[in-house]
Design a protein around this ligand. Structure first.
Ligand SMILES: [Zn+2]
Length: 91
C-alpha cells in the first residue's frame, strides 16, 4: 500500500520517519465552530497515524519538542511557516 511507504519527514527538524516512528504527531488547522455563527481556525495536534497523516495542510513532527516548535510558529505568525524540509507542503 503506497501510503505505508510515504516518506514522512519532520516539518520542524527534518528527521526521516522511516528511521524513528515513535512519538510522532500530526498538526493541522481545522475549521472550528460555528461559534456565534462564526467559523474559526483551530490548531489540531494528534498522535501520528498513517490513516490520517495525508491531507492538505497536514504537518508532521517527530516528537513533542518539534510539535511545540511548529505550534509556536503558528501562534506567532498565524500559519505554519513553509520551511525547507518537510512533507506535504504545497508549492
Ligand atoms: Zn523533529
Amino acid at each position: 500500500m503506497a501510503i505505508a511507504e510515504h516518506p514522512f519527514i519532520c516539518d520542524s527538524c527534518g528527521k526521516d520517519r522511516r528511521k524513528d516512528t515513535n512519538h510522532w504527531f500530526i498538526l493541522w488547522i481545522a475549521e472550528m465552530g460555528p461559534f456565534q455563527d462564526t467559523i474559526k481556525p483551530g490548531l489540531v495536534i494528534e498522535p501520528f497515524s498513517l490513516e490520517r497523516a495525508v491531507g492538505y495542510g497536514k504537518r508532521h513532527t517527530c516528537g513533542v519538542s518539534c510539535a511545540i516548535r511548529l505550534t509556536e510558529r503558528y501562534l506567532t505568525i498565524g500559519q505554519f511557516e513553509v520551511v525547507t524540509v518537510g512533507s506535504e507542503i504545497p508549492q
